[in-house]
Design a protein around this ligand. Structure first.
Ligand code: TYM
Length: 337
């Protein structure tokens, strides 16, 4: 949707890497909070395919997952008529602004990024330059569209903060070029932990503790039944992340999918113990994901439609991105064509 000239809408933007199949953490931490915003915001959501090659990918799988992710965005409620949905590599301005911003991010601050430290420890054979400067490309993704809010899960907050540092540094030199973006972190679901090891965030790299959006219901049910709960003796459903991380994580998931508060959940399962609670969370998740899975499968059969969506998305995104890039090129002193 275009901003009306009289009442400019605020802008929202976010992206997900098509590096693996989407999971419940991506859904609750990010996508769920993107839908239904189009009335109030001008929304841009993209598949961050350029970010994924910081880790080696199978090219055919990357193509398949990128298209699947687009279908999932739509199935999760992002209407392409009201949200700009696009693929990062289709909008060349991301790479171009990313290069400029590389020159305004400091080695020290990039070295402190948790995601860089984690990934370079996990992929010791491939600690490449892209992995290190990744936050500069992410800052470009954001700043090209001048968003007010960037809805992400807790783990991406550090990258948005680095983007804010870059804005401050750049604007300090050249004047008011970039708008300062704010991270927008959900109350429930900002950090969904793994079901098999609730001391680490849910991630595709630990598949037994990760619930994928396209997973069959029986597999989801089994994962929740096997979810690690806590070894305390009281075995009651009570929110206490410090002493009961497993149960508290399940409560967070249940709260995010049902909208119930922790007090309401405690009351619902009073005297029932973990044996009743775990399958109930599984069932609630299955019912939330069922329509998303079915709609994704339906959309994937219509490739021409998906292509029309990402083409129109890239066209709109490029127009906005080009405006920002021109402004930046002028400010840093590049001669106009
Ligand atoms: P990515 O692809 O790792 O994750 C996508 C989104 O899902 C959220 N998320 C979670 N939220 C709650 N619990 C979890 N266990 C969990 N796991 C993932 C992430 O916080 C994120 O919001 N660098 C980004 C992608 C990106 C981006 C951007 C985001 C590229 N450019 C510009 C916003 C704006 C990333 O790797 O997210």
């Amino acid at each position: 949707m275009e901003n009306s000239e009289n009442t400019p809408k605020k802008v929202m933007l976010s992206g997900i890497q098509p590096s693996g199949d989407l999971h419940l953490g991506n859904y609750l931490g990010a996508i769920k909070n993107w839908a239904d915003r189009a009335n109030d915001y001008d929304c841009y959501y993209f598949m961050a395919d350029m970010h994924t090659i910081t880790v080696r990918q199978n090219p055919a799988d990357l193509r398949r997952r990128t298209l699947e992710q687009l279908a999932q965005y739509i199935a999760c409620g992002l209407d392409p008529e009201r949200n700009t949905l696009f693929i990062q590599s289709h909008v060349h301005q991301h790479a171009e602004l990313g290069w400029v911003l590389n020159c305004y991010a400091m080695f020290g601050e990039l070295s402190r990024m948790t995601q860089f430290k984690d990934k370079s420890a996990r992929h010791t054979e491939n600690v490449n330059g892209g992995l290190f400067t990744y936050p500069c490309l992410m800052a470009a993704d954001i700043l090209l569209y001048e968003p007010d809010y960037v809805p992400v899960g807790e783990d991406q907050k550090q990258h948005v903060e680095l983007c804010r540092n870059i804005v401050q540094r750049f604007n300090g030199i050249y004047g008011d070029v970039f708008k300062m973006p704010e991270p927008f972190i959900p109350k429930a679901g900002a950090r969904v932990m793994g079901l098999s090891a609730p001391d680490a965030k849910m991630s595709k790299s630990v598949p037994e503790g990760c619930v994928f959006l396209m997973e069959p219901p029986e597999d989801i049910r089994r994962k929740f039944k096997r979810a690690v709960t806590d070894s305390d003796t009281e075995r009651c459903v009570r929110y206490d992340p410090e002493n009961k991380p497993g149960v508290s994580n399940l409560m967070t998931i249940y709260s995010a999918v049902t909208g119930r508060s922790y007090d309401e959940i405690e009351a619902e399962f009073e005297g029932k113990g973990y044996g009743a609670f775990k399958p109930a969370v599984g069932d609630a998740v299955i019912e939330t994901l069922r329509p998303i899975r079915e709609e994704t499968q339906r959309l994937l059969k219509d490739r021409a439609y998906l292509e029309s969506v990402y083409r129109a998305g890239a066209e709109k995104a490029s127009r906005v991105a080009e405006r920002t890039l021109r402004k930046v090129y002028k400010k840093v002193g590049f001669l106009a064509k």
